[in-house]
Design a protein around this ligand. Structure first.
Ligand code: NAD
Length: 355
């Protein structure tokens, strides 16, 4: 494998750090990690990659056009993998403006910088350049009991988060159609695994349960998500980077639909074994008022990436979820380090106040 320079945005976040750790440990590539280090981005998530001479951390806001131009000029990347975003739906209810700024304006700034840089290239670097825009299945809206999202499903975003990601996807696709920039878009289902900021369901439920705190489950816990382990997402992204066709979209999903209640019960069962308490953990499950506008069901048809690129998830949900729970139990220092200095105290966010 020849060494390339990959510009990864959001490489200190949950999925980005899994990608960076993998690239540094298993490939010869040089990684330029552009990350603002918001409450969700932490150098503690980078492990040994942080010390590697092939890893360059640039603490930059992707919406800062001058700084982004300089990064392209300095590092001359062979490809961009764009993951930086505001990602928590509940926070997008409390404060949507930052989602517009980072997810839409930030993506636009990156696309503009990439376009100017790509125009300056020639030969193989020009032909082989790729801009991989990483997005979510939430752009497709909510499913009923039947059906799965395909690449040609209609966009129907419903939260400020998904609206901002949908807008960014449209800009990314427009830069391919209008300027021929070799953009590829991926839309992935819910990820789980180590190093996820503990505001999201799986680490939140694990940490609250082991602290003996109620585990909040929205509504009746009936919302369905299609879960994919973060390392399977990373392998999907790299397959798409290598073999995906510019201008195309690839859906990435785990074929693991579970209700939120099933997920939380599985976590409780794992905890009963791994960290036994005097009462079964499921007794801590507490139903709370639903998230405003909560989408009922997401599910991905990943047939295209499977058939075209031969990708398939390697992990099964229940076994990998148990390993994930174990990771959070064994890595309390990381959990404390990433919540320290932020205002977040494992509480519920995104409860819309009625005026
Ligand atoms: P995350 O919230 O864990 O990390 C986001 C990272 O982006 C952080 O390191 C943060 O510091 C950085 N960032 C935020 N604003 C920035 C800015 N203005 N400039 C530079 N860096 C900034 O997110 P994640 O869960 O790792 O998600 C990564 C990407 O994958 C996002 O684009 C998200 O929409 C997408 N995605 C996530 C999931 C999921 O289940 N987590 C599923 C599908 C798609």
């Amino acid at each position: 494998m020849t060494s390339r320079t990959l510009l990864v945005t959001g490489g200190a976040g949950f999925i980005g750090s899994a990608l960076v750790r993998h690239l540094i440990a298993n490939t010869p590539h040089r990684v330029v990690n552009v990350d603002k280090l918001t409450y969700a981005g932490h150098v503690e998530s980078l492990g040994e990659a942080l010390e590697s001479p092939r890893h360059h951390l640039e603490r930059i806001d992707i919406a800062d056009g001058d700084a982004i131009e300089k990064v392209f000029a300095q590092y001359q990347p062979d490809a961009v993998l764009h993951l930086a975003a505001e990602t928590h739906v509940d926070r997008s209810i409390d404060g949507p403006a930052e989602f517009l700024r980072t997810n839409v304006q930030g993506t636009f700034v990156l696309l503009e910088a990439a376009r100017r840089y790509w125009d300056s290239l020639s030969g193989a670097p020009w032909e082989e350049f790729r801009f991989l825009h990483v997005s979510t299945d939430e752009v497709y809206g909510s499913l009923g009991a039947q059906g799965r999202f395909r690449e040609d499903s209609r966009y129907d975003p419903r939260s400020p988060y998904s609206a901002s990601k949908a807008s960014a996807d449209h800009f990314a696709k427009a830069y391919h159609h209008t300027f021929d920039l070799p953009v590829i878009v991926t839309n992935c289902s819910n990820n789980y695994g180590p190093y996820q900021f503990p505001e999201k369901l799986i680490p939140l439920a694990t940490l609250r349960a082991t602290a003996g705190e109620p585990i909040p489950v929205y509504g009746r816990g009936e919302n369905v998500r299609d879960w994919l382990h973060v390392d399977d997402h990373v392998s999907g992204l790299l397959e798409v980077l290598e073999g995906g066709r510019p201008g195309e979209t690839y859906n990435i999903g785990g074929d693991s639909e579970r209700t939120n209640l099933q997920v939380v019960k599985t976590i409780c069962e794992a905890l009963d074994e791994l960290a036994p308490s005097d009462k079964p953990y499921f007794e801590l499950i507490t139903f709370v008022e639903d998230r405003p506008g909560h989408d009922l069901r997401y599910a991905i048809d990943a047939g295209k990436i499977r058939n075209e690129l031969g990708w398939a998830p390697r992990r099964t949900f229940e076994a990998a979820l148990r390993e994930t729970v174990e990771w959070y139990l064994e890595n309390r220092e990381w959990c404390e380090a990433v919540t320290q200095g932020t205002a977040y105290r494992l509480e519920r966010l995104g409860q819309r106040e009625k005026e």
